[in-house]
Write a protein that binds this ligand. Structure first.
Ligand SMILES: [Fe+2]
Ligand SMILES: [Fe+2]
Length: 324
């Protein structure tokens, strides 16, 4: 990393975003060239010439084998995706409503919208959850709003979205692996969704790397706010914590995975090698480098306290199931 450029210290965050517009355009072109544009009907519906009734009847038969913890995971994954209006708003608010940033927000939103739709459509066809209850949870989730403490700071958006895309990639991917043995069609759906999250992750972490190169001190201060934990918009909803606990116990996603994701970004962004920082930048760098140790302690604590437990969720017909 070069010594601090005195000009950089005068760049505002808005100017850095402006400076990145050509990069956004380039990354968007790369992203669109790489991603297959599927629609929910392509993955869920009958193949041309197949009988739709027989197709959906077979889907329902297979879906009956999906165990309750995996159904709970599907419900939480769907709710997370349906938080899209919260995230669209945050991107529009923090990145501005013009330029290539707006174009990215629109493209990203259009892609993300299919994730919630395909999960909703699958669950509706398969009849493996209490659909009305899930829809009521979604209503509450959206109605509650989501106003994280980001202080009009666009850099925090990219730190958050980098981690969140990686976390959702893992969650969909692992849920798909778990379910694929019972219902290969849904396994394939989730693998496609996870693949798209991975491409979004690549976009956001590249943008954050570009910000670090232009404005390392402020970028570190912003990252130090986000990296200790990423809260999902619904974390205060009744039952949300238990759903997250089931997902951890099922080996889909938990604090140890979050630790791994943070470590991966610290390596990719070469946080420990950044030099020529000012006092605030150095302080933030030190704080960030201490985060993995803290996350490891949290993961150890949660795992050591964890005892076999029974769960029941209205969204999974209030059936009781036990988990280690
Ligand atoms: Fe998504
Ligand atoms: Fe995504």
């Amino acid at each position: 990393m070069a010594l601090p450029n005195p000009i950089r210290t005068f760049l505002t965050k808005v100017e850095v975003l402006k400076d990145l517009e050509a990069k956004v355009q380039e990354l968007m072109a790369q992203h669109e060239a790489k991603r297959p544009l599927w629609f929910p009907s392509d993955l869920l519906g009958p193949k041309p010439g197949d009988d739709p009734d027989a197709h959906y009847a077979a889907l329902r038969t297979r879906a009956r084998g999906i165990p309750d913890p995996a159904r709970a995971a599907l419900a939480l994954n769907m709710l997370t995706e349906e938080g899209l209006p919260h995230f669209h708003r945050l991107l529009a608010t923090h990145l501005g409503d013009d330029s290539h940033w707006q174009a990215w927000n629109h493209l990203w939103t259009a892609e993300e919208d299919r994730h919630g739709v395909i999960l909703h459509d699958y669950l509706h066809e398969a009849r493996i959850v209490n659909q009305r209850h899930l829809e009521a949870m979604q209503f509450d989730y959206l109605r509650a709003g989501f106003t994280p403490d980001w202080d009009k700071d666009p850099y925090r958006v990219f730190a958050y979205t980098t981690l969140q895309e990686r976390a959702t990639q893992q969650s969909h991917g692992e849920t798909g692996r778990l379910i694929g043995q019972y219902e290969p069609l849904l396994g394939e759906v989730l693998a496609n969704v996870a693949g798209e999250e991975a491409r979004h992750f690549t976009f956001y972490r590249t943008i954050f790397a570009e910000i670090l190169a232009r404005d390392p001190n402020e970028a570190l201060v912003s990252a130090a706010h986000i990296l200790p934990s990423i809260e999902m918009p619904g974390h205060t909803m009744p039952g949300f914590r238990d759903l997250a606990d089931v997902i951890r116990r099922a080996g889909i996603y938990g604090p140890r995975d979050y630790l791994r994701i943070v470590q991966e970004q610290l390596r990719y962004w070469k946080i420990d090698a950044l030099e020529g920082l000012n006092a605030a930048g150095r302080k933030a760098q030190e704080k960030i480098l201490g985060i993995p140790e803290r996350l490891a302690r949290i993961a150890d604590y949660i795992e050591s306290k964890s005892k076999a437990k029974t769960f029941n969720f209205e969204v999974v017909f209030n059936r009781e199931f036990a988990m280690e």
